[in-house]
Design a binder for this molecule. Sequence first.
Ligand code: SF4
Length: 360
Amino acid sequence: MADVILQATDLVKHYPIKGGVLRHTVGWVKAVDGVSFELHKGETLGIVGESGCGKSTLGRILMRLEEPTSGSVNFDGIEMYKQSGSAMRKLRRDIQIVFQDPYTSLNPRKTVGDIIGEPFEIHRDVVPKGGRDKAVRELLDMVGLNPEHINRYPHQFSGGQRQRIGIARGIALKPKVLICDEPVSALDVSVQAQVINLLEELQAELGLAYVFIAHDLSVVRHISDRVGVMYLGKMVELGTEDEVYERPTHPYTQALLSAVPVPDPTLRGKREQIVLTGDVPSPANPPSGCRFHTRCFKAQDICSVEDPEFIARPDGVGEHRSACHFAQVRQIVETVDVSDETPDPRFADVDHRDLSSAAE
Ligand code: SF4
């Protein structure tokens, strides 16, 4: 498709498990195991799943912070893993990352000016000579921070403000894609909406595409155009926000959604919660066949033998894909109402610039 900016094809990342006196490889942790998807220009693709499902590893592979065991990433027509040296450096301008923890991802010994201006030291042709501070001040203003605070240190800012600094660093080179790896999960609930709203405004202003990795389904629904659901290293469902949240076809998605808190108290009694039994299996020893079969409430004999294909299902629509032999649309909107009619109160009328004076 013409508007595809990033295409991941059959990405695999296996980590060796070393054992014995000679530290031989005794097994493999299958963190990511055959994930494919496309990201379109200017869209937000949410990636959700429980802790340990491989979503953060996937984000690091897309940034080339980790080499995949196999598979490919095509960025705007260029095969990322075939590039090296200056070609790869050039590519890095266009794809940047915002990390989860604003407390550890910023160097405490550097000023905000040095942190945000760091990309300009590597990519020297982005701003004119002597123009670094001006560019940093503009970035601080864009993310709702006071440009006069350019010489302050990270500890002089609140958690939300530090994440804004991380975002300013992420957009400094005017990338086309920003990988957001759990960007609000370390923040207070009251601050999350401000950062999310800031990301939405920057997207509208700069035409950025986001891969938004998170475990909070309400946050992901709020910001995403399309959503991918991961379980034990595999993508098990992918569709538009509406398809995945209102017509989920994979039993794992259905179970996750049934556990989302319902904002509207009048709907709480109507909820049907799907309780998953058993623990999440180890990615070092995933179940045979469908990886979800040990916990699935719809499992049949075939499920432990045959791995279902990740394809569009007969009762799905368009590109709505699911990895389940018995995928069926399940209407559960009334049980997990995080819809527009009952917006999540965190995102109501929040001005992303509310924090701009907090460091005064
Ligand atoms: Fe459940 Fe079987 Fe579908 Fe896997 S393939 S999600 S075990 S019904």
